[in-house]
Design a protein. Structure first.
Ligand SMILES: Cc1cc2nc3c(=O)[nH]c(=O)nc-3n(C[C@H](O)[C@H](O)[C@H](O)COP(=O)(O)OP(=O)(O)OC[C@H]3O[C@@H](n4cnc5c(N)ncnc54)[C@H](O)[C@@H]3O)c2cc1C
Length: 427
């Protein structure tokens, strides 16, 4: 649906011409009038563009419309019954939201990361159980395969995943290996033309609904994290068992399971990258994944804020709408400010990735901040709703429960602080 088209490339081309003309104009001014400081400021600000493109706005509106019409009805029931949103995910795939950044030649929508962040925010405002599935498929599985998979792997697996015909899962965590992902106990023994996979993975999103797993496993224990491999494993391979669905605090519709491997034969052709590349693969993929989770946290926060804002103008106490009480108005001011700051961090991280720059730091900052404000904003949204915020019909209690996971998965907040502090201390 959202394929990159010729109009877009023409526009981008015209944009570049305008940029060049603008630079020439500024340069000539500089030479003629020696107004260097003003010139440099002008150049700098020319490149601070906070406006979304028409295409990005179209994606945002389409995601918003989908969330309201397809996700809102039934979201409370799905949460209560822990029902996986299979139908909704199928439709999401048909609209191109499951392979958003994948090149159209592999069945994707060919969009930028900013568009992905915009869509993630809109979907997460209504149903974070759907957006986590979308995030894993887009940023961990599809992106990982497109960036590091070989042509055969892309043809065989990526195309179906990007079209949403199949769903993928990313299997790194284990009972004894969470934040310390180097302690992989799952083994992928080299048996010549195949690997023999044994072990257990924990907390796997899309664990039951996925057809293809990207599994991180240890091949050479003596080499530590340099002995780890990443393998594509088909869920229906003999020896794969899916454990019971986890009974969770939030994102209860999402499909979280343990996955057990017993003597599973994985063809060598299914290894991603060189022998021993698995740990680097996992870290690279997770850095991008954090932008998706940051956007999820942002969406949960902005969904709760929009509900609280509306409610504050309707609910009356002491003869007036509660928004007229300064205590409530100031809460709304803080929520709006924090959300805006989180949005800027998310967009900066997405932009950095789209520019081909190193986005590890900006992704961690965005995830750390957005997940923290998701906690605070959803908590305040419940407070603004008073007793009504404590019951399911008003949605904000679910958003409060959903917000918590964004501080835990794809690297806890403590792990994000490790990543950020290491970078800032290096100078
Ligand atoms: C709903 C859900 C879905 C998930 N989906 C997936 C998935 O699809 N694929 C996947 O592979 N994993 C998934 N996970 C796993 C998730 O990524 C891990 O739970 C997370 O990385 C934390 O690992 P852990 O639970 O083992 O906690 P631990 O690593 O045991 O951490 C416990 C606490 O100690 C802190 N801690 C640990 N080490 C340090 C340190 N060096 N310094 C300071 N503090 C530290 C942590 O921050 C945390 O607060 C999911 C988890 C959940 C709950």
């Amino acid at each position: 649906m959202f394929m990159i088209n010729n109009n877009l490339s023409q526009k981008q081309f015209l944009g570049k011409i305008c940029d060049i003309l603008y630079c020439c104009h500024v340069y000539l001014n500089a030479i003629c009038y020696l107004r260097f400081p003003a010139v440099f400021c002008a150049l700098y600000y020319k490149h601070m563009d906070f406006q979304l493109t028409e295409e990005q706005i179209a994606v945002q509106l389409a995601a918003r419309d989908f969330a309201r019409t397809e996700l809102l009805p039934g979201v409370i029931e799905r949460d209560e019954k822990q029902k996986f949103p299979a139908e909704q995910i199928k439709k999401l795939g048909e609209l191109g939201f499951l392979g958003m950044m994948v090149n159209p030649k592999y069945g994707g929508s060919g969009m930028d990361t900013i568009s992905y962040v915009l869509a993630m925010e809109e979907i997460s405002k209504i149903d974070a159980s759907v957006s986590v599935c979308m995030s894993v498929n887009n940023s961990l599985v599809c992106w990982g395969l497109e960036k590091y998979g070989n042509e055969d792997q892309k043809q065989k697996y990526l195309t179906q995943l990007a079209r949403g015909e199949k769903i993928g899962a990313f299997l790194l965590s284990e009972p004894e290996a969470g934040s310390d992902a180097t302690s992989q106990r799952t083994t992928a023994e080299d048996k010549g033309d195949y690997y023999l996979l044994n072990g257990t993975k924990n907390w796997i999103t899309n664990g039951n609904s996925a057809s293809y797993y990207l599994v991180i496993a240890q091949t050479y224990p003596e080499k530590g994290h340099r002995g780890i491999n990443a393998l594509i494993v088909e869920k229906d391979s003999p020896g794969v068992t899916v454990g019971a669905k986890e009974n969770k605090l939030g994102i209860r519709g999402s499909d979280t399971h343990s996955i057990m491997f017993q003597d599973v034969k994985v063809p060598k052709a299914n290894r991603i990258g060189d022998d021993g590349f698995g740990f680097t693969f996992a870290m690279k993929v997770l850095a991008g994944g954090r932008i998706g989770i940051a956007a999820q946290a942002l969406g949960i926060a902005s969904g709760a804020y929009e509900l609280a804002l509306k409610y504050s103008k309707e609910r009356k106490a002491f003869g007036t709408e509660i928004s007229n009480h300064q205590a409530i108005a100031f809460k709304l001011a803080d929520m709006a400010t924090e959300i805006e700051a989180a949005r800027l961090l998310c967009h900066k991280a997405a932009w950095t990735k789209d520019q081909g720059l190193d986005y590890t730091l900006s992704a961690s900052m965005a995830k750390l901040f957005a997940s923290d404000i998701a906690q605070r904003v959803t908590n305040e949204a419940v407070q603004i709703h008073g007793g009504y915020g404590y019951v399911k019909e008003f949605h904000v209690e679910r958003l409060l429960r959903d917000a918590k996971i964004t501080q835990i998965y794809e690297g806890t907040s403590e792990v994000q602080r490790i990543v950020i502090s290491r970078t800032v201390l290096k100078g």
